[in-house]
Each structure stands twice: as structure tokens, then as C-alpha cells.
Design a protein around this ligand. Structure first.
Ligand code: FES
Ligand SMILES: [Fe+2]
Length: 420
């Protein structure tokens, strides 16, 4: 039943949506307000599919990792049958967290408080000290939906999640050759970024800022060139690279799926397309997204040659990945508050690769570590500006910020369907 406060909040959100000027950055409240943040948690984070982690992080039964979405903690593990499982990390006795490590390996999930013990499929198998007639079958861990595709694990907190199969099809078509399913984590780094999660996404959805902020990134990539600033020389470079790649990759079954200047269009707000994957070319001289463009780890997946360009994936609201011939880099966002986002960045290499022999973190990491940290600084600086009373929504460039605009429209559509 709706309470008066719910109705007031719904009215407030409807008013905000109505006041949001088209083609402009959002009203301050969307980036700062506690109530809007709570609505985001319900309308976006507790409804869609969230990237949780990688299959290789739970390759054996009993391996687990935890993650937090707002104030909810989750356990992601693999049961004895090899099935990935996800549960609320909350004991059914008196509510203690069960796992407080970020990852580990167990035979059973044992609550540290009074030792209630759960099987890896979530069922309660042992409840010491309790009366004989306790109905253990009704006290299993609360499950959440989980799907694995191409080595990526997604969870949904919704009772009835949106269809996952379309995302699976798109990701599998483009990403399967990368072999993330047989990868290992070379390194993961956690960040707490003092910015609303939407500012982090908006930053990700344009490369307008790349020339001024990402000296490493722009050496390897073409996506900072847009329709208004490509020269004939750059257009020739892009089409030569696309033509050469298409001819060469066709035999290997790798499709070039982004061929122009500018970033590939994503998301599709009108059709609610929250997933996408594409392969594009790198600048000549770069076979991977490393500082000098040279290979930094053994080839991954089925690649027989290091000239495979770059695979890009992204799923709203919380994941993107750039993968090259030799390594992949995944980024996951999790909401922590109106102005706080927990971000993890993973570097993945082939599971057989040995650190020190086949790769060094000092060569593997800097390209995306620098680029990521440059972005987090940008987002925090923007948040501080947005917090000022002088902030007002500013106009987007139709040449360079079409994806930011699409993201805002996608986001507002999520709120609208939650606030009819
Ligand atoms: S709260 Fe978990 S066993 Fe008591
Ligand atoms: Fe950036």
C-alpha cells in the first residue's frame, strides 16, 4: 500500500522529470539528492541486470566473492554442480552477514554468529541449538537471479528481471573469441569515487574530454575524433584500418562492428537497449591498449594473431570492458550514496599466463589505471561543481555528447516507468 510520503516522493520525481531540459545535463537534484538516490536504487539498481564479477573468480565450487549494492550485501558462489549462485549475504537466523571477506573458498556457508550452516545451493543444513521442529526448508538463503555469459556474471535483484537472453546473444556474438571464460584476474583495484554514479556513466559515454585528459588513451584509439573534427587524413586512416582489418579478420570470424569516427551509439533509450558489444580497430602501431601499443601478455581466447583490434562491451547500469588481443579490462560501478560510487577495475589475462614470466603488472596496468584514475578525478571535480548553487544544466554537443544525451534519456525512462 502506498503511504502519503510515497505519493509525495512520486510527485516530486515527476516534477523533476518534467523540469529537466532536453539536450542538457541534468538538474542538480539528480546528482545530489538522497531521495533521488533512493529512487535510483529502486528504479535502476534493483530492477535491471547488474554485472557482478567474472566466472573465473568462482571457477571451483565453494569459491565466492561478495559485493554490495547500496546497503545490500550479496554472496556469489558456485555450487557442487558447477551452477553459479547468488544470495543475499544475510543469515536467516538473526540477520548477521555470513561472509565479510570480499572473496574466499568454503565448503559450506557458515554464519559466524551462531554457526547456522548453509549448503552452497543456499539451503540451511545445520542449525545448532535450535528446537527439533525448526523447518529448515523454509530458512534457506534468499536467492537472487544470476546469469553467466562469456565469462561474465550478472545478477538481478528484481523479482521478475528483464529478459537477459538478448544481452547474452549480443555479447556472445562479439565477445566469445576473447576467451574471458578461460581468463584469470591478474589484478583488481578498488576505488571509492566521490561522485554520483550517473556522472561516472556520463563521463564514460563521451570522448569529448579525451584530448584534454587522456594523453595515453588517445594514442591508441580513434573514438575522440567526431564528425566535426575529423580531417581527411584521419578519415583515411580510419577507413584504411577498417578495410585492412575487415579483410584480415573475416577469415578468423571476427567482425569489425564499429567503423566510423566517434563512439559507437549506446544506449538506445527508446528501445531500452541496455547492453552492447562491438569490435573496432586500434591506431596503427597499437596491437593492444598498452602504453607503447605492444603486446603485454600472451594471446587470449582463440586469437591466433595479435591484430584483432579492440572488443568493447558495456551494460547499464554498471559495467564496461575493453579487451585487446592479450588482456581485458573490466570496470564495475556500485552505488554507495548520492555522491559516492564504489568502482572496481579488473585486469584479465589468459589463465595459463604466469606473472613475471608472461606478463608484468608494470606493463599490463598503466594504460587503464591512468585512464581510469583520470576519469575518477574528472567525475569528482564535476560533482563539486554541480554541488554549487551556481550550477545549472548546460547544453550537450550534438557532435560529441550524443551518447550522454542517450544515457540521460534512458535513465529518465527508467524513472518514468517506475513513477507512472
Ligand atoms: S545470526 Fe546467523 S547463526 Fe545467528
Ligand atoms: Fe575518460
Amino acid at each position: 500500500m502506498e503511504r502519503p510520503n510515497d505519493i509525495l516522493l512520486q510527485q516530486r520525481i515527476r516534477d523533476l522529470i518534467a523540469r529537466q531540459p532536453a539536450g542538457h545535463s541534468m538538474l542538480r537534484e539528480f546528482y545530489t539528492d538522497e531521495e533521488v538516490y533512493q529512487v535510483d536504487c529502486e528504479a535502476v539498481w534493483r530492477r535491471g541486470w547488474l554485472f557482478a564479477g567474472h566466472s573465473c573468480e568462482i571457477s571451483k565450487p565453494g569459491e565466492y566473492f561478495t559485493l554490495e549494492v547500496d546497503t545490500d550485501s550479496f554472496i556469489v558462489t558456485r555450487d557442487g554442480n558447477g551452477q553459479a549462485r547468488a544470495f543475499y549475504n544475510v543469515c536467516r537466523h538473526r540477520g548477521s552477514l555470513i561472509c565479510d571477506e570480499s572473496q574466499g573458498h568454503v565448503n559450506r556457508l557458515v554464519c559466524p554468529y551462531h554457526r547456522w550452516t548453509y549448503d552452497l545451493d543456499g539451503s540451511l543444513i545445520y542449525a545448532p541449538g535450535m528446537q527439533d521442529d525448526l523447518d529448515k526448508s523454509a530458512l534457506g538463503l534468499q536467492p537472487v537471479h544470476i546469469r553467466e555469459t562469456c565469462g561474465l556474471i550478472f545478477i538481478s535483484l528484481a523479482n521478475e528481471p528483464p529478459a537477459f537472453d538478448p544481452a547474452h546473444t549480443v555479447i556472445e556474438t562479439v565477445a566469445k573469441p576473447q576467451g574471458l571464460v578461460s581468463a584469470k584476474v591478474a589484478k583488481a583495484v578498488d576505488y571509492l569515487v566521490k561522485a554520483n554514479w550517473k556522472l561516472v556513466w556520463e563521463n564514460n559515454r563521451e570522448c569529448f574530454h579525451c584530448n584534454a585528459n587522456h594523453p595515453q588513451y588517445i594514442k591508441a584509439n580513434f573514438d575522440h575524433y567526431n564528425a566535426d573534427d575529423t580531417t581527411p587524413r584521419i578519415r583515411e586512416q580510419i577507413s584504411a584500418a577498417v578495410h585492412r582489418s575487415e579483410t584480415k579478420w573475416a577469415a578468423a570470424g571476427l567482425a569489425v562492428s564499429h567503423k566510423q569516427a566517434g563512439m559507437t551509439s549506446f544506449p538506445d533509450a527508446e528501445r531500452n537497449i541496455w547492453y552492447s558489444a562491438n569490435r573496432t580497430t586500434l591506431v596503427d602501431g597499437f596491437v593492444t591498449e598498452s602504453m607503447d601499443g605492444k603486446q603485454v601478455a600472451p594471446l587470449m581466447g582463440v586469437y591466433a594473431d595479435n591484430d584483432v583490434g579492440t572488443l568493447r562491451m558495456r551494460t547499464l547500469p554498471n559495467f564496461w570492458n575493453h579487451s585487446s588481443c592479450d588482456h581485458g579490462v573490466s570496470t564495475r560501478l556500485l552505488p554507495k550514496g548520492p555522491q559516492l560510487t564504489a568502482i572496481r577495475v579488473w585486469w584479465l589475462v589468459d589463465q595459463e599466463a604466469v606473472e613475471g614470466r608472461d606478463y608484468d603488472l608494470s606493463r599490463l596496468m598503466p594504460f587503464w589505471q591512468l585512464t581510469s584514475e583520470q576519469d575518477w578525478e574528472i567525475c569528482e571535480r564535476q560533482q563539486r561543481g554541480v554541488n554549487s548553487r551556481a550550477y545549472a544544466p548546460g547544453p550537450y554537443s550534438t557532435y560529441k555528447e550524443y551518447n550522454v544525451d542517450a544515457f540521460v534519456r534512458w535513465y529518465l525512462a527508467q524513472l518514468r516507468t517506475k513513477q507512472p
